[in-house]
Design a binder for this molecule. Sequence first.
Ligand SMILES: [Zn+2]
Length: 327
Amino acid sequence: MWQLVGHSRATTLLQQSLRNGQLSHAYLFVGPAHVGKFTLARNLAQAVNCTSTEPPCQECTSCRRIAASKHSDIHTVDLISVEKKEIGIRQIAEMQNAAHLPPFEGKYKVFIFDRAEMLSSEAANSLLKTLEEPPPNILIILLTAKESALLPTIASRCQRVELRPLPLCLVVDVLVKDYDVAQDKADLLARLSGGCLGWALQALRDENLLQEREQRLADFARLSGAGTRDRLAYAADLAALFGKGRDRMTDVLSAWLQWWRDLLLIKCDNSRWIVNIDQEASLSTQAERLTAVRIAAFMRDIRAAAEQLELNANPRLALEVLILRMP
Ligand SMILES: [Zn+2]
């Protein structure tokens, strides 16, 4: 049984390839963070190593050991630490050494590259050799949310499987029925997740995620009435966050974008699509003071700042410009 919720096109494709003996030696799973790429990769690793007639059965020793991350033939390659900015050549060399040994306990050795876009160019070129001439009985699965950052020669040697965000009603349904979440909370989590069930489940497990959101919303409210000095201080704090890891900064900027998109939706009488459904009253008050043109212009500013940060601009400068421009 595939454990992935939704995404039946992807699971059917993999199931058929498995049944017909036409599995590729390398896959590229593309989709936004928390959409289910890792779950699908783990399921595929189970499927190729499963000992039952209905792989992945989730019951044989192999399936259970993979689910518990105890199977010695399944390897995950990711950034060594949050401070590291890339997956380096040494990690590929280790992977290649392991790939040339036969599987210890299963049929296939599986290497899952989380955030494959973080491969350094040296590492990517080295991995390319393995993709071109893979040793027998190995399966390489690359996961990425930023396909454009991947070396095209790497992508072209993998079979591409795209995972799109789930319909929000499906996320709500899973949260209510399988996780016993109250309807209102399920609705909010589904909207915040943008259809990425993994995010909603993480928010259920880790209260910090929603607390951080509360903090951000409080900051937004404070900043809109704040003077230059407070705004610059906030920009400095945000820039410091950027130094601790790109992902957290991306989270903050996407929360900004969500908020301003909500303002625009309210301005255009489309409030039923807003993400921050629990903040409708504050959003409406703020929207009253702004024009749609002004909101749209600031959304462009947020996107521009995100792009500049992506291109390694000075984070403090980019954020100062953004926050000073905030209406
Ligand atoms: Zn099994």
